[in-house]
Design a protein around this ligand. Structure first.
Ligand code: ATP
Ligand code: MG
Length: 562
């Protein structure tokens, strides 16, 4: 049994595309792109953009390019280039042969800049960064023209070429667009198009360039060179759209993609800015980009999320222009839904307590049958060895409890899942009063049937002591204990809001023997405990990661306003 691939719900962007197709704009073609900067791993916010862009290409029989927006070599790395490709592919999308780099266009971008200089629309400016800021004005005051604004075309061409040849130091000069220093839109006040960067080695172009184009200049031209029809980006670029259009209107290029903005995904109980995620990694708050607590695709994958659950989540949150913050519970509900239908059931005792069945023959082992899925027979059955000594979870036993506690209580009965009904007669404690063993009896006439004349409601999971495999189980929880960790309110830094219980490592867990063969990445429901997957990182020992609990335990916390 598997869940259907939900089709993407329509949204305002798809409506625009429908209208464009109806009007035969772009000859009815649809071409999108996903343009990550390779300066970090992709996160769940990027997934929203990936599902949108690749999803549109799929549904409209168009194309979606994967384009690395690599104009900041200092912060970028080829490892990120590879990780991003792995993640997009893992999510289930394919760019065929449409893999590009903005750096592929460095020469063309340079040639277009020369064209802008020749037509008097760009100039070399010698103001320092600080002076440039002063001259730019404020939201309420217009800027002042740079004293270098009226340099001759010849002087500009000469200086720009010498910038390219590496004759000046970083920051000595920039190339700026000549637009409007009084524009109410700050982005139009003669924005920088090129800056000098000496001695950096670009991961694609090496030491070839000493000037690098700015994003706002590079992006529209890359889009146009690739014949993109709809350039989808997040809302903060709305104010940059006039510049996007200005660039394309002022160079000789016959393609003019339409930029359309949508709201970015904000997810509660986590942070999404790459700068902050980088900090978490570099300052060792987490164990790398693929730490299962990270909102990265690699982290979610290692945690046990499925590609379906992430795509489905992205469909459910929808696309709009309204800024919002999505509840973490929604992402967790999606993976729970997926694993409920797709994950086979197993038994694993996380906090083992030994239980001896005194009337069960020593040395005897029985193979009990247990369904791999309670609602889906196609999962088949497995055998689980049963013997005189089993482990149960400490949480499942109390010396005294009222009727609400449907587990094992001293003097009372409970059923061992897929096995017999047992009764606990004696509790053995150590010197400090801690329970170390339970003494029980079993009713041999209760396998697969109810006991005569009495009702036993509780069912608990167990593992035979002699057959158990020992494993480490990592209980992952939300990385932050605040819904909006980086809201900056009360002057609290987001790092102070890290949930100290976001990782609890249990080292001596006892699992049923079939789990010894679990493959890295394989997912299971540990009955009554949650969904787990075998970790892909540790190869020296058996480690399982908790993907998600069976129920949303945070909902209660949130309802109490904690
Ligand atoms: P950050 O600001 O955290 O560094 P970014 O937007 O600069 O992120 P890019 O690698 O440039 O990261 O993003 C690639 C694409 O993914 C862009 O089109 C961007 O708009 C989109 N994207 C990034 N974050 C989100 C998000 N939270 N929700 C939706 N789309 C996003
Ligand atoms: Mg960006």
């Amino acid at each position: 049994m598997s869940l259907d691939e939900g089709s993407a719900p329509s949204n305002f962007i798809r409506h625009i595309i429908d209208d464009d197709i109806a009007a035969n704009k772009h000859s009815g073609k649809v071409a999108t792109r996903f343009p990550p900067e390779p300066n970090g791993y992709l996160h769940i916010g990027h997934a929203k953009s990936i599902v949108l862009n690749f999803g549109i290409a799929e549904d409209y029989k168009g194309t979606c390019n994967l384009r690395f927006d690599d104009t900041n070599p200092e912060k970028e790395d080829v490892d990120f280039v590879h990780a991003i490709q792995d993640d997009v592919r893992w999510l289930g999308f394919d760019w065929d042969d449409c893999l590009f780099y903005a750096s592929d266009y460095f020469q063309k971008l340079y040639d277009f800049a020369v064209e802008l200089i020749k037509s008097g629309k760009a100039y070399v400016c010698d103001l320092s960064a600080e002076e440039t800021r002063e001259y730019r004005g404020t939201l309420t005051e217009p800027g002042r023209p740079s004293p270098y604004r009226d340099r001759s075309v010849d002087e500009n061409l000469d200086l720009f070429e010498r910038m390219k040849n590496g004759e000046y130091e970083d920051g000595a000069r920039v190339l700026r667009a000549k637009i409007d220093m009084a524009s109410p839109n700050m982005n139009m006040r003669d924005p920088t198009l090129y800056r000098i960067r000496h001695g950096v080695i670009h991961h694609q172009t090496g030491a070839e360039w000493r000037i690098y184009p700015m994003y706002d200049y590079t992006h529209p031209i890359s889009d146009a060179l690739e014949g993109i029809t709809h350039s989808l980006c997040t809302l903060e670029f709305a104010d940059h759209r006039p510049l996007y259009d200005w660039v394309l209107d002022n160079i000789s290029i016959d393609c003019h993609p339409q930029q359309i903005e949508f709201s970015r995904l904000n997810l509660q109980y986590t942070v999404m800015s790459k700068r902050k995620l980088t900090q978490l990694v570099q300052e060792n708050y987490v164990d790398g980009w693929d730490d299962p607590r990270m909102p990265t695709i690699a982290g979610l994958r290692r945690r046990g999320f499925t590609p379906w659950s992430i795509r489905e989540f992205c469909h459910r949150i929808g696309i709009s222009k309204v800024d919002n913050s999505v509840e973490m519970g929604m992402l967790e509900a999606t993976i729970r839904e997926d694993l409920n239908t797709s994950a086979p059931r197993r038994m694993g005792v996380l906090n083992p307590l030994k239980l001896v069945i005194e009337n069960y023959p020593e040395g005897q082992v029985e193979d009990l049958n247990s369904p791999n899925h309670p609602q889906d027979e196609s999962f088949g059955k497995r055998t689980i060895p049963f013997s005189r000594e089993v482990y149960i979870d400490r949480e499942d036993f109390r010396e005294q409890a009222n009727n609400k506690f449907k587990r094992l209580v001293l003097g009372k009965e409970v059923r061992l899942r897929s096995g017999y009904v047992i009764r606990c007669d004696e509790v053995i404690k150590d010197d400090r009063g801690e329970i170390i063993e339970l003494r029980c009896v079993y009713d041999p006439d209760t396998l697969g049937k109810n006991p005569e004349g009495r009702k036993v409601k509780g069912v608990i999971h167990w593992v035979s002591v002699a057959h158990a495999v020992e494993a480490e189980v990592r209980l992952y929880d939300r990385l932050f204990n605040h819904p909006t960790p980086d809201d900056g309110k009360d002057g609290v830094d987001y790092k102070e809001r890290i949930n100290p219980e976001s990782l609890v490592v249990l080292s001596k867990c006892m699992l049923e023997p079939t789990l010894a063969d679990a493959q890295p990445g394989e997912r299971f429901q540990f009955e009554r405990e949650g969904y787990f997957c075998r970790d892909t990182g540790f190869t020296d020992r058996l480690v399982f990661n908790r993907t998600v609990t069976l129920r949303d335990s945070w909902a209660k916390v949130e309802a109490q306003g904690a």
